[in-house]
Design a protein around this ligand. Structure first.
Ligand code: NAP
Ligand code: G4F
Length: 399
């Protein structure tokens, strides 16, 4: 009898040890094969959508923050919704508690903080909201990580901007160029840049800023100048709009392709040490040059006449078949509505450090290719367009 009891006890003990070893082994296997977890704020934006695709392809589990809105269709990420390893959560950059809870729940290895009120001109109309989201929002993300005791394991990418150089103090701009922010947006982003640097030094956190110059795509918001131009060129070529109204045509930008730039965000977090990087193409063009090339791809050659507010873009030749425009017609005009109280007019980035240390190719998509792909996309889009934002833009109702 005693033998039988001893045998049962031994058997039960053996089973429990075996189960524990098995569960430990399962846990180790899970750690070994577990996908990295990324949390993206601003997942519905231009960059957030490309970054989600990029990280999912790399095998990440991707979590994104969305805001409640009266329209539920999230155009840029609609194709990802419902795919495995892609999860959306409600939170807001102005709501610390929502961020603390979400970071605790998701336990991310990497956070990409892309959420922002990202329109420079709008920041003059809504400066306080811009400061709350673009400046204090960064602090809230950092504190959410610390509150959940993840500061040793969770890396953070901050979407910083060439707008920090603002009223530029040198051309081209690199990581050592002094900042001179020139809009409420840039001032808010400057706080984000410094608080990231502060937490890196004070708490030894792996947090970095990518100082990204303008990057565009067929998913670019329709009120940024490049997309406003490509959409209008397409609409004018289809007889759906008469004239495009712009602000400062002399403004110079270093424009790259957003899809190329999200790779850099990831590379910055894979670097051995947490550092800030300028991400740019090193090539500069004016708004006027962008418009000339965009209209050319839509089948309309432009010539320019006049100066300042009186400058006009006039049809010089029609190269597209059967376009409803005539030589001599004014298709671009200037409206002071699109002038800014202070404007940043000379951005040109020096991406040498990113090239050297991250092995990133700053010119995988050229300016010419970028303009062409955006116009091609919009020529197709306008034929199926119902929502008439461009008409509002033409009338200057929204900026
Ligand atoms: P975007 O298309 O305007 O996207 C901004 C994103 O932020 C959207 O997903 C938006 O959500 C979200 N957002 C705004 N306010 C929020 C809030 N209170 N709570 C949660 N989410 C909020 O911008 P982007 O061009 O992708 O740029 C991404 C980031 O890079 C931004 O921080 C921008 O300032 C910075 N940046 C952009 C460029 C550029 O050339 N694109 C250059 C340098 C830096 P909704 O969809 O709900 O509005
Ligand atoms: O396309 P934009 O509105 O972009 P901006 O101001 O450079 O800001 C973008 O790039 C920044 C990086 O440098 C980001 F941080 C920011 O989030 C955003 O993505 O304007 C470009 C230039 C400006 O000088 C503006 O004055 O184009 C000029 N412009 C001329 N006419 C116009 C217009 N801009 C807009 N949006 N609309 C016009 O009609």
């Amino acid at each position: 009898m005693a033998y039988a009891i001893a045998y049962v006890i031994f058997f039960l003990y053996f089973c429990s040890r075996f189960a524990r070893v098995r569960s430990l082994r399962a846990r180790l296997m899970k750690i070994k094969y577990m996908a990295k977890i990324a949390l993206i704020t601003g997942v519905t934006g231009q960059d957030g959508s490309y970054l989600s695709e990029f990280l999912l392809e790399k095998g990440y589990e991707v979590h994104g923050i969305i805001r409640r809105s009266s329209v539920d269709f999230r155009e840029r990420i609609a194709h990802l919704e419902g795919t495995p390893h892609f999860h959306l959560h409600y939170a807001d950059m102005s709501d610390s508690m929502s961020l603390v809870k979400l970071v605790g729940k998701v336990q991310p290895d990497e956070i990409y903080n892309l959420a922002a009120q990202s329109h420079v001109q709008v920041s003059f109309d809504a400066p306080e909201f811009t400061a709350d989201v673009d400046a204090v929002g960064v602090l809230r993300v950092l504190e959410a990580v610390r509150t959940n005791h993840l500061e040793k394991t969770c890396k953070i990418y901050q979407a910083s901007t060439s707008e920090l150089y603002g009223k530029v103090e040198e051309v081209p701009q690199n990581e050592t160029t002094p900042f001179h922010p020139y809009s409420p947006y840039a001032v808010a982003k400057l706080y984000g840049y410094w608080i990231i640097k502060e937490y890196r030094e004070a708490y030894n956190m792996f947090c970095c800023s990518g100082i990204l110059f303008n990057h565009e795509s067929e998913r670019r918001g329709e009120t940024f100048v490049t997309r406003k131009i490509t959409l209008a060129a397409a609409r004018i070529a289809h007889g759906m709009q008469d004239c495009l109204y712009l602000g400062n045509l002399d403004s110079l930008r270093d424009w790259g392709y957003a899809k190329d730039y999200v790779e850099c965000m990831w590379l910055i977090l894979q670097h051995d040490t947490p550092e800030d990087f300028v991400i740019a193409t090193g090539v500069q063009h004016s708004v006027r040059e962008f418009a000339t090339l965009a209209f050319k791809h839509a089948g309309i050659e432009l010539r320019w006449e006049g100066k300042g507010v009186d400058e006009k873009g006039i049809v010089a030749a029609v190269t597209g078949n059967g376009l409803p425009v005539t030589v001599g017609q004014v298709v671009v005009a200037v409206s002071p509505d699109f002038y800014r109280p202070t404007d940043v007019v000379n951005l040109l980035g020096d991406p040498s450090k990113a090239k050297r240390e991250l092995g990133w190719n700053p010119q995988s998509t050229s300016f010419e290719e970028l303009v062409e792909l955006m116009v091609k996309h919009d020529m197709q889009k306008v034929t199926r367009e119902h929502f008439n934002l461009a008409e509002y833009l033409e009338k200057g109702i929204v900026k």
